[in-house]
Write a protein of this length. Structure first.
Length: 279
């Protein structure tokens, strides 16, 4: 075995020993991480603090990142485990032999296969796991499809639904909107904004946006509101993003959110209060 091969065997052994690819929720550790060397990332290595898990997610391509944003928005998704290993490797090697194809390898040394996402869903019948691998349609070459067939058979044996997600299956507008509000999910990403500020500002800010009836851009409304409330420029835009990201306010996610254009929002809490006042 070459020195490269020895290094990859040692690397994988250490990963398994240290619990990578194990756990759930906040305690899960992806088997492959964004800082690892030799990761095929197409220049799209990203880290994202999870909305569902509150841990850092590691995505290795633009398509993985976009799909992660989509999953974050879905209420039925309760856990997301990316770069999930197919253990034991002995079984994936057996499947490869049965198919008559070469197992995933690095420098001719077999490596642990990983799938992009194991997703835990809340259903009427309880929690279930599904597996999704994300790939652009133009990259589904014969070798990739061979490896995907190993994945499909591996999870099918366990009764777990497996599917390929190509770009045509992604709701692009919704994903762009989630990306726009992504960093505002947590208040600690903006200095000077905490729960007390949000509690004090959100209702008058909601009124400022709502009373405009979609005539003025949200950037202008938020800048005016910053001055009105004596806040640093950009604060009200951040609070708007925070309220939308946490689904305290609603908007049509099938319509692009553009700061230079108006935005229609709603709030169940505010509407209920208004109804009681009117009633």
């Amino acid at each position: 075995m070459s020195k490269k091969g020895e290094r990859i065997v040692k690397f994988q052994s250490n990963r398994i020993k240290n619990g990578y690819g194990q756990g759930t929720g906040e305690n899960y550790k992806p088997f492959i991480q964004a800082h690892d060397n030799k990761v095929a990332s197409d220049g799209w290595i990203t880290r994202h603090k999870g909305w569902k898990t509150k841990r850092t997610h590691h995505t290795l391509s633009n398509h993985e990142r976009n799909y992660l944003y989509y999953l974050e928005w879905l209420d039925e998704v309760v856990d997301i485990r990316e770069q999930f290993p197919l253990f034991p490797m002995k079984r994936t090697e057996e499947i490869a032999d049965q198919l008559g194809i070469k197992h995933a390898h690095y420098d001719n040394v077999p490596v642990v296969m990983t799938t992009d996402f194991v997703i835990t869903l809340r259903t009427p019948n309880g929690l279930i796991d599904v597996v999704r691998t994300v790939k652009p349609g133009n990259k589904l070459d014969n070798r990739t499809l061979e490896l995907f067939e190993i994945e499909r058979r591996f999870f099918n044996e366990q009764g777990i639904n497996w599917e390929i997600i190509t770009e045509c299956k992604l709701p692009k507008t919704l994903i762009k909107n989630v990306e726009w509000m992504c960093e505002a999910r947590y208040l600690d990403t903006r200095s000077g904004i905490d729960e007390e500020v949000v509690d004090f500002i959100n209702k008058p800010l909601f009124r400022n946006i709502s009373k405009d009836e979609g005539e003025t851009s949200i950037s202008k409304i938020c800048l005016r509101s910053d001055k009105e409330f004596g806040l640093e420029s950009g604060s009200c835009m951040f609070i708007l993003q925070y309220m939308l990201a946490n689904k305290k306010w609603r908007t049509d996610m099938n319509i692009p959110i553009i700061e230079s254009k108006p935005l229609k929002i709603s709030s169940l809490e505010y509407q209920t209060k208004r109804s009681k006042e009117i009633g």
